[in-house]
Write a protein that binds this ligand. Structure first.
Ligand code: AMP
Length: 428
């Protein structure tokens, strides 16, 4: 079991069983705290759900390390960075709660003004197809999923446990990266392995970034003024991690990430699809232990591995400008794989009405969007080069005569988490 999973087990013993929340504030508090816990970092936001208004946001870094810091921004004010020792996620959550109640830069007078907390959880296996109010049974089910996501689920669970201890009367909701993809049919999610591995170990495609794919698909339908149930949409979440989904009539029918977030597209540092025989071959040739092989596939591959320059597309484009051919090759291979999935999903859906670009690269990288959309006219996909010269805002980037709409939509996973959290808890 990976270290994170082991540490989580110990942590859970210390902090005790989940408290069942007891609502004391009458269920009429509209502020939602959104928590996204990583292994050494934590992102948070407070939103007032009356008008879905962001009140503050922040990032805690270096949890459990020297120099841990909380960066807090009240909307309309400058960012405040405070270096303060944080030994674990409970310390980090305590700092977040202090920051949001700070008389000057906070947004609530007391924690009673937080109606609910929404937690991002990466992996729910086949256990949850939607967001859920957290209770002891949910915690137990998520603990069973730790094996499926040993790097991601433990920190998510730390965050939940710490919030439950520090806010015992506030309802909590878990929102899963895998949930939106649970509509995939078996022909999309089963691997051609002995069927017993699916039955015994749950080995199948799960898909990730579900909250982002759902958000941008819904926004695309709204921008097009067409019911999502009448649309075939391909959503391209292109960030450091990247995935493409085929969404037919509002339901995911296929997605590029798999049993883990390693499958599919070429990513910043992840290899994406490769011949699985390569893994055994390299391990033999380089005498690599399993952990090292995993590290190479997850941390040293992707556009970083091909270019030898960086996982950041801005660095790669700078390198290309200086004549670096491997950086250019890395970008071409990345684009090629996105095109491959777009083609595959057009076939799977028998057409497409809209293609959406989102996340760091999808929202900001003008050149990459152009590279992806080049010469797709026969598929009815025509990018408007001038309209495409735009970053980070909701807009159409297709030509007038393009059969397929091309949309740029900044993702907003936190808003989706806050919405589900609010909707599931407002009547408690
Ligand atoms: P994300 O994982 O969604 O936060 O995306 C992070 C990635 O987006 C970074 O590693 C960059 O490669 C990419 N990115 C962000 N801004 C730009 C930009 N202006 N141009 C190109 N790539 C960008």
């Amino acid at each position: 079991m990976a270290t994170n999973a082991l540490i989580y087990k110990k942590f859970r013993c210390i902090i005790g069983k989940a408290n069942l929340f007891k609502r004391e504030n009458g269920g009429n508090v509209m502020n939602v705290l959104v928590i996204n816990c990583g292994s050494s970092s934590l992102k948070y936001q407070v939103l007032d759900m009356t008008g879905e208004k962001l009140l503050c946001k922040g990032l805690v870094e270096r949890i459990g390390m020297e120099g841990s810091v909380i960066n807090h921004t009240k909307i309309g004010m400058d960012k405040v960075s405070t270096v303060v020792p944080m030994n674990d996620h409970k310390d980090a959550i305590a700092q977040v709660l202090a920051a949001i109640q700070d008389p000057e830069t906070g947004v609530v007078a007391s924690l009673d003004e937080i109606g609910a907390v929404g937690h991002r959880v990466v992996h729910a296996g086949e256990k949850f197809a939607d967001s859920v109010v957290i209770d002891d049974k949910v915690i137990a089910a998520l603990e069973e999923c730790v094996e499926l996501a040993p790097l991601h689920n433990p920190p998510n669970l730390y965050g939940i446990a710490a919030c439950q201890e520090l806010m015992p009367n506030t309802p909590m909701v878990a929102v899963f990266d895998t949930a939106y993809h649970q509509t995939m049919p078996p022909k999309s999610y089963l691997y051609a392995l002995p069927y017993e591995y699916y039955e015994k170990y749950g080995i199948r495609k799960y898909g990730f970034h579900g909250t982002s794919h759902k958000y941008v698909a819904q926004r695309a339908a709204a921008m097009m003024n067409v019911d999502i149930n009448d649309l075939k949409i391909i959503t391209c979440h292109l960030g450091n991690g990247a995935s493409v989904s085929a969404i037919k009539h509002g339901r995911v029918i296929d997605t590029s990430m798999g049993f883990t977030p390693l499958q599919g597209l070429v990513m910043g540092t992840r290899c994406g699809d490769i011949d699985p025989a390569i893994v055994t071959y390299i391990r033999q040739k380089e005498n690599l232990p399993q952990g090292k092989a995993n590290e190479i596939l997850n941390k040293k591959s992707g556009v970083l591995g091909i270019s030898g320059v960086s996982s950041d597309f801005r660095d790669l484009e700078d390198a290309v400008a200086e004549g670096n051919e491997r950086a250019a090759l890395a970008l071409e291979i990345f684009a090629q794989k996105v095109r491959f999935y777009i083609g595959a999903y057009i076939a799977e859906m028998n057409g497409v009405d809209a293609i959406v670009f989102t996340a760091g690269v999808g929202e900001n990288d003008v050149n990459m969007r152009e590279l992806i959309c080049t010469d797709l006219g026969n598929l009815g996909i025509k990018l408007d080069i001038m309209r495409n010269k735009v970053r980070g805002k909701e807009t159409f980037v297709n030509t007038e005569d393009s059969k397929v709409k091309l949309l740029l939509i900044p993702t907003n996973e936190e808003l989706m988490i806050a919405r589900d959290t609010f909707n599931l808890t407002k009547n408690l």
